[in-house]
Design a protein around this ligand. Structure first.
Ligand code: 2NL
Length: 359
């Protein structure tokens, strides 16, 4: 070492430093010769050299006792030491990974494994994914929100009057500990929350579970799934709404499907409409699915009511929007000819496994 000429040379410190370097050399020899026949030995190596209280950390800690003009040299030695330990650890580890797990010859490792029973996606999930992917191609993003909601986001902001029957306990599940909260009756609460954020334009679809206090039957349940859609920007028109939904049903049900719009009423849209598609079962001739009309209703829609925009802080003189809502169960029943809504929530494998082939 070239320290003898420095003014600060101190023979005691110098001796201690020499000792330290010698010690490191010893450890280096140990590392080079180290072996790790099993996982335990490998871990012991790691703890001894690279652990939080290992030699690398401990010796690094000696830096503070090294005189300034030797810090550089000591640092270099320690870097080499650390690198050697790390490299050796990696080498031992990959050697351990390559070694066979067992040397037991009585087992036939070439036998095939036990097959795992494979489930299938639930039909509601299948159809929800199909709906989402069609609207994604039109530039709609997916938004989600809470299933437990307050009166404002579920009803008030949607222009529902105080005495609207949907607000009744007969129709809506209120939370008994705090009746200011309820289970959402539609996914419109998510639209309200998104509009309140004030970032425009909005082009979103909201899939999710909703709850209504209904008597359970083949055609009604106390929970079901919805996809609602919302497009708010400047100059959004009813023509945009029609073309969007027309594209959707053709992608969903095939290019031959026909659509018709009937005037309707929802408090949150004006004007409002319901959309029918030509009956998939009879092709429009008339059957018991379409009640001999040739048409089946699949969704409700309309232009977002100016009061709803206003309630969310959006200027209805500058922006317009369309919205729509459909029941996923209803679409699934039409697409796969499911006759009873209860099948979707009974977890009967005989029903569910019929959808294994659908993706
Ligand atoms: C149906 C009808 C509809 C909407 C849902 C909506 C949401 C907001 C503003 C305006 Cl935040 N409209 N949603 C509009 C029309 C119809 O659903 O029969 N659903 C199953």
């Amino acid at each position: 070492m070239a320290v003898e000429n420095t003014a600060l040379f101190n023979p005691i410190i110098f001796a201690r430093m020499e000792q330290l370097l010698q010690q490191i050399e010893e450890y280096k020899k140990e590392i080079v010769q180290a072996e790790a026949p099993d996982a335990e030995a490998l871990e012991a190596f790691r703890i001894k050299y690279l652990g939080t209280k290992g030699l690398v950390k401990t010796l690094m800690g000696e830096m503070k006792n090294v005189p300034n003009e030797q810090k550089r040299e000591f640092g270099q030695v320690m870097n080499g030491f650390k690198l050697l330990a790390e490299e050796k650890y990696e080498a031992l580890k990959s050697a351990a990974d390559d070694s066979p797990l067992t040397t037991d010859d009585s087992l036939d490792w070439s036998l095939p494994g036990d097959p795992l029973p494979l489930g299938s996606r639930h039909p509601i999930s299948l159809v929800r994914n199909q709906i989402v992917s069609i609207f994604k191609r039109l530039g709609f993003a997916v938004a989600e929100g809470p299933e437990i909601e307050d009166d404002w986001h579920n009803f008030g902001a949607l222009n529902l009057p105080e005495d609207h029957p949907a607000r009744d306990m007969q129709d809506t599940f209120y939370i008994s500990q705090n009746p200011a909260w309820m289970l959402r009756t539609h996914t419109s609460n998510v639209q309200i929350r998104e509009m309140e954020k004030g970032k425009l334009p909005i082009r979103l679809i909201m899939p999710g579970r909703v709850y209504r206090n209904e008597t359970i039957s083949a055609r009604a349940h106390c929970f079901f799934h919805q996809v609602e859609g919302l497009y708010v920007a400047e100059n959004v028109s009813f023509a945009d709404l029609k073309q969007t939904l027309y594209f959707f049903v053709k992608e969903m049900f095939g290019q031959d499907v026909k659509v018709r719009f009937r005037p309707s009423y929802f408090p949150f849209t004006e004007p409002s409409a319901e959309m029918d598609i030509s009956c998939l079962i009879c092709g429009g001739k008339g059957c018991n699915v379409c009640k001999q009309t040739g048409w089946v209703e699949i969704l409700g829609c309309g232009m977002v009511h100016p009061n709803v925009l206003q309630n969310c802080g959006i200027d209805p003189n500058k922006y317009t929007g369309f919205a729509f809502g459909m029941g996923i169960e209803r679409i699934t029943m039409l697409k796969y000819q499911v006759k009873d809504l209860r099948l979707f929530s009974e977890n009967d494998v005989r029903f569910l496994k019929q959808f294994t082939a659908a993706i």
